[in-house]
Design a protein around this ligand. Structure first.
Ligand code: NAD
Length: 242
């Protein structure tokens, strides 16, 4: 019997991340979840008995390196890395503080860089792998009151393209996903006017579900996803048509 494939998921305790852990386990993957706190790791283990969960602040490269080593000690070099950890703070430009800017760049962009740096060379040594980084529709098109987040998420697309070029010859693929609004608990707290405005631009007339996003990730991890790299996949109901 073939060994079960290992996938590392960051932001695994979040709305999309925790749904993904369940979906990947149903697909037969061994999943290591990484999230910010001891409590979030415990919640993940309670919800998915047997799942491997480590806590790490993914904005700290030393914590990322430690968690990745723990994950590889437990289950070997991963087939997949899914970088879902991220955060957002909606504010008009003049209200974005230096702290907001640095926090959002660290949480959304530096975190993906640290994870890619810790994992991708090991995938190369192992003969290949799949990396999925999380951008956003707001990193692809314009949006009001979200400049720092949008800039960080656009940076994720650039990081993805550069690494796809660098690691393609080693059969390590790197793609970005750029979801439209998913009503996770964090997003439900956003102002109604903001959400109504986002809904009005989606031809299919509804927000995304976690399942819509995860189906894209599952495809990219599957055999069928092997010839895609450097791309940005946007499950967005037609919001943006490049
Ligand atoms: N929900 C949406 O509408 C939407 C749309 C487009 C993109 N995204 C992106 O998808 C990802 C997941 O979104 P979500 O709605 O599930 O968010 P969420 O807040 O429910 O989950 C994010 C998870 O990341 C973790 N996290 C945040 N910072 C961290 C850090 N420094 N170290 C470790 N863990 C950290 C949080 O603890 C949380 O469990 C994010 O990157 C987000 O930007 C979400």
């Amino acid at each position: 019997m073939a060994a079960m494939k290992h996938v590392i998921v960051t932001g695994a305790g979040g709305g999309i991340g925790s749904a993904l852990v369940g979906d990947l386990r149903e697909d037969g993957y061994v999943v290591t979840g990484i999230d910010a706190s001891v409590e979030s790791s415990e919640r993940l283990r309670d919800r998915f008995p047997g799942v491997t969960a480590f806590h790490a602040d993914v904005t700290q490269s030393s914590e990322v390196d430690r968690a990745v080593e723990q994950a590889m000690d437990a289950h070997g070099v991963p087939h997949g890395l899914v970088n879902l950890a991220g955060d957002n703070r909606l504010k008009p430009l003049e209200d974005i503080t230096d702290n907001d800017w640095h926090h959002l760049v660290e949480a959304n962009l530096s975190s993906a860089f640290y994870l890619c740096r810790a994992v991708m060379p090991r995938m190369r040594e192992a003969g290949g792998g799949r990396v999925i980084n999380t951008s956003s529709i707001f990193g692809v098109r314009g949006v009001n009151n979200d400049a720092a987040y949008a800039a960080a998420k656009a940076g994720v697309v650039g990081l993805t393209r550069a690494l796809a070029t660098e690691f393609g010859p080693a059969q390590v693929t790197v793609n970005a996903i750029a979801p439209v609004v998913v009503l996770t608990e964090r997003v439900k707290k956003m102002p109604k006017e903001h959400l109504d405005k986002q809904l009005s631009t989606i031809p299919l007339g509804r927000f995304s579900t976690e399942r819509d996003v995860n189906a894209t990730i599952q495809f990219l991890l599957s055999d069928g996803g092997s010839f895609y790299t450097g791309q940005t996949f946007s499950p967005n109901g037609g919001d943006t048509m490049p």
